[in-house]
Design a protein around this ligand. Structure first.
Ligand SMILES: *Cc1c(COP(=O)(O)O)cnc(C)c1O
Length: 453
């Protein structure tokens, strides 16, 4: 693209586009990164510079960019029909995808409610869980009106999903608009234990949950959590057995378990779904992000038969789930999602990811030599590198020092897109990224931190 055109687009971007999670005052002073095309693990900007996608285009990309099989699925579908409504009618790709999702999700999860963002899939899960108890027995369960969620939880940006969120930085300002939640400490070993004793942290949090439930289970409709790792909270990896312990307590105290697999689903933690690793079957599961391989917006809330059955009744009983979005079950999204899952199977992607997880783990060890790397947390191909001013005290750099901004900018200069969450540098590569690309990315991360000590 010629320099005039580049300049024009940069100006128009600053003039007309309001970017999410972005302080626009700073943005307007910076040179925007404007992407023009993608190929495999790389993105190209409008000046032709290429970058490894170490952020999987916000944790969504599975096979890479511009994948012939996925392109074909979309063009085939668009030549038939792009969209018709799921309200009062059905369509072919949404049926085939729902059947596939029922087959690949854990246990008896089998009823698929479509939406288009992870946040919406969480709203839907919360509304289903709330109404579930009212549909069963509205007198007996009249107090079951609240939810338990973890500290630092992130479940999306709509008011309902923010209500069950616990990230002070993003959520504090909206407090007066939110409904109440009950908060559970998140088992964050690095911050909770001097000597990294995972077992003690796990037991502490599970005991806390048990005493909450003993006291308040009759007020709790459901518990919502991300299984195995809290992504947006800064890749907080949970101790083994925590998820299983939560499931056991939810069952014991008659509270629905909602697992938000929006970030961790579709191979990200080394299994198709994170719940599988602890043999856990939630009552309701939320999926999004990787579902279409990073091609189209699509999400779904999947429930067990038991939950679904509570919504069956005569029209006049008003057990109907009165919820739906305009683009629910969109054909283009569903067809590319189905092809994405088939392609994962055809290329044995999960097995490849498992090998790459070990490869990455070994390569990351070297980062501990850097004096500002406090902790490296990894679950599958979700990696968080916590940057601290002092390894011993775990003190972080003050926000005014822009430490992480500088590291991220250095990586971009060297051809790698990564992002920070507060004091945590996050590396979430395209899921199918090759070992040589992963190695290159980790070298760039090392250099970028080294230059900013
Ligand atoms: C990204 C994310 C969401 C929200 O999904 P959107 O598509 O951005 O609305 C919800 N839960 C988790 C765990 C996420 O990572």
């Amino acid at each position: 693209m010629n320099q005039n055109k580049v300049q024009e687009l940069e100006n128009w971007d600053k003039e007309y586009v309001w970017h999410p999670f972005t302080q626009m005052k700073h943005y307007q002073k910076s040179k925007p990164l404007i992407i023009e095309k993608g190929e495999g693990s790389y993105l190209y900007d409008i000046e032709g510079k290429k970058y490894l996608d170490g952020y999987a285009s916000l944790w969504v990309n599975v096979h890479g960019h511009n994948i012939p099989e996925l392109n074909e699925a979309l063009t085939n579908q668009v030549n038939k029909v792009a969209h018709s409504t799921l309200l009062g009618s059905a369509n072919v790709p949404s049926i085939l995808l729902a059947k596939k999702l029922a087959e690949i999700t854990p246990g008896n999860l089998c009823k698929v409610f479509y939406s288009d963002t992870g946040s919406a899939s969480v709203e839907i899960a919360l509304k289903i869980a709330y109404q579930y108890w009212k549909n069963i027995d509205k007198d007996k369960y009249k107090k079951k009106n609240t939810f338990i969620s973890l500290d630092d939880a992130y479940h999306g940006d709509t008011i309902g999903s923010v209500s069950v969120g616990g990230m002070d930085l993003y959520h504090r300002i909206f407090k007066p608009l939110l409904f109440n939640r009950i908060s559970l400490p998140s088992p964050h070993t690095y911050r909770m234990s001097e000597d990294g004793d995972e077992e003690a942290v796990k037991n502490f949090c599970l005991q806390k949950l048990e005493s909450l439930l003993q006291e308040k289970a009759d007020e709790v409709a459901g518990l919502i959590m991300e299984p195995l790792v809290q992504g947006a909270a800064g890749i907080i990896t949970h101790p083994d057995g925590f998820l299983k312990g939560v499931e056991r307590l939810c069952r014991q105290y008659n509270v629905l378990l909602i697992c938000d697999e929006v970030a961790v689903g579709f191979g990200r933690t080394g299994t198709m779904f994170a719940c599988e690793q602890e043999d856990v079957v939630p009552d309701i599961m939320c999926i999004g992000k990787g579902i279409t391989g990073g091609y189209m917006p699509l999400a779904a809330t999947i429930t067990s038969e038991k939950v679904f059955d509570a919504f069956l009744g005569e029209k006049e009983e008003h057990k109907t789930f009165y919820h739906g979005h305009t683009y629910t079950g969109n054909q283009l999204s569903c067809s590319v999602a189905l092809r994405n899952i088939q392609l994962m199977e055809e290329t044995s992607l999960i097995e490849k990811v498992q090998a790459n997880v070990l490869f990455v783990k070994e390569k990351l060890e070297g980062l501990y030599n850097l004096e500002i790397v406090g902790d490296i947390r990894q679950r599958g191909l979700m990696i968080g590198i916590e940057i601290v001013k002092d390894k011993k005290s775990k003190e972080v750099f003050p926000i005014q020092e822009h430490k992480l901004d500088d590291i991220v900018a250095a990586a971009k200069e060297k051809g790698l897109i990564v992002r920070q969450l507060d004091q945590v540098l996050t590396f979430i590569p395209v899921l199918a990224m090759s070992q040589s690309e992963l190695e290159e990315a980790i070298k760039i991360i090392y250099q970028s931190i080294l230059e900013n000590i």
